[in-house]
Design a binder for this molecule. Structure first.
Ligand code: AMP
Ligand code: MG
Length: 402
């Protein structure tokens, strides 16, 4: 059996990042920058007011108090979006709105709250220091400043700075297009009636949702029967329209019904492994189609499929965007109950992790078909290969689930 790490490293070594493209700001959301983004303009681009109030010369209002306010004539008004440069003369004020161009000659803004709000003239009852409520050119970023380094995943705030800095697009790798295909004669569509012997297809819906959680553009292929020719044809056509394929079912050790294995074994580009983990021992990975699209053939048991997705598909999707896999050390927690684990295999047990208490409670129902406990879990408890049992009170690593 192959270790989890060695299998994952083999997968990552086989993945070629998607080519970067110039993406508009809508498309760039969730994409990963392929080049540094620097400021070409100062941010802000001009001196402007941080508040609604009056642009003044600080020296003119230095003596202002509640008891002896200073009166200044208001000679003009300037609002955000006005592009005409006003000039302030000594002893006067210009009414100014937040974001408006600071008039030449002005060196402070008196907030409207410190005044009587007058329009022809204004009574100012507090002094404003030089620079008060003024946003200076370039105080956020200067031309040439690095705004976002290559490798940054573009979330809302990063889209915001791209836009604020005037970039209408960015050179980036969009999230992979991922297609999920489930196989099995026993599968029926949820929402339709069922007879004993059949089950509702949970995997394709679950895995498609997991892919969407990663930001992937996700397609769920209609469920396939256990027919190798049909499976192969579906994989071939899906490969042409996806950056990543994920199948479920048909890869266990059971022989003739393992249709995914049977269909793909012929191609010779997909290898099937036993990985030293539980759940999720039978795994297949390879490249298919003209574009050499990476394919994961996940085991059919729902919890096996889910855990396999987390351990292998998530890092592969990141690698397609040329993102380094997260190297964060999982948190540790104290077991509130004892657990068991098979010798020689790393167990991923479903648990409820209490972050505040740094404690984790293993759930009952740990068999790989028991998806009800997966739905209750918020974490996986990691039990190392060599360990076969752990009493309550032991420290374990936990993998938090999204
Ligand atoms: P297989 O890997 O095809 O041998 O399937 C292993 C187990 O997982 C069997 O009990 C299947 O019925 C079940 N299974 C396979 N595919 C799905 C699916 N899409 N949704 C739910 N259970 C599945
Ligand atoms: Mg099957």
């Amino acid at each position: 059996m192959q270790s989890v790490e060695s299998y994952r490293d083999e997968i990552l070594a086989a993945i070629t990042p998607l080519p970067p493209a110039e993406l508009n700001l809508r498309e760039a959301h969730g994409a990963v920058l392929a080049a540094d983004v620097t400021a070409t303009w100062p941010l802000p681009g001009f001196d402007n007011s941080a508040m609604d109030g009056y642009a003044v010369i600080a020296a003119d209002v230095a003596a202002a108090t509640d008891n002896s306010p200073v009166r200044l004539a208001v000679e003009a008004e300037v609002a955000a979006g006005d592009t005409v440069h006003q000039t302030l003369t000594q002893g006067r004020a210009i009414k100014i709105m937040t974001g408006a161009l600071l008039p030449d000659g002005a060196d402070a803004v008196v907030p409207v709250e410190w005044t009587d709000g007058g329009t022809d003239s204004v009574l100012i009852s507090r002094p404003a220091e030089k620079g008060n409520a003024v946003r200076r050119t370039g105080d956020d970023a200067r031309p040439g400043d690095l705004l976002l380094p290559a490798g940054t995943k573009l979330g809302a705030a990063q889209i915001g700075i791209l836009a604020a800095a005037g970039h209408g697009s960015a050179l980036a790798r969009r999230p992979p297009r991922l297609t999920v295909i489930s196989t099995g004669n026993e599968l029926a569509e949820p929402g339709t009636p069922l007879v004993p012997g059949m089950i509702w297809d949970s995997n394709s819906h679950m895995l498609a949702a997991a892919a969407r959680e990663l930001g992937c553009q996700t397609t769920r292929h209609p469920t396939l029967p256990d027919d190798p020719a049909e499976v192969l044809a579906a994989i071939a056509s899906a490969a042409a329209a996806a950056d990543l394929l994920v199948t479920s079912g048909g890869v266990s050790m059971g022989g003739e019904h393992d249709v995914v294995k049977a269909a793909l074994a012929e191609l010779g580009t997909v290898t099937f492994r036993k990985v030293a983990m539980q759940p999720g021992m039978p795994q297949g990975f390879g490249l298919v189609g003209e574009d050499r699209t990476p394919i994961f053939t996940l085991p059919g048991n729902p919890v096996s499929a889910y855990v396999s997705f987390r351990m292998f598909v998530v890092p592969a999707a990141a690698a397609l965007q040329d993102q380094q896999p997260e190297r964060t050390v999982p948190p540790t927690a104290t077991l509130t109950d004892s657990v068991r684990s098979p010798q020689g295999r790393r167990s991923f047990l479903r648990g409820i992790y209490d972050r505040a208490a740094a404690a984790v409670t293993p759930l009952t129902g740990q068999a790989s078909h028991q998806i009800a406990s997966l739905a209750r879990a918020n974490a996986l408890i990691v039990v190392p290969e060599a360990v076969t049992q752990l009493p309550a009170g032991e420290l374990v690593q936990v993998i938090e689930l999204p």
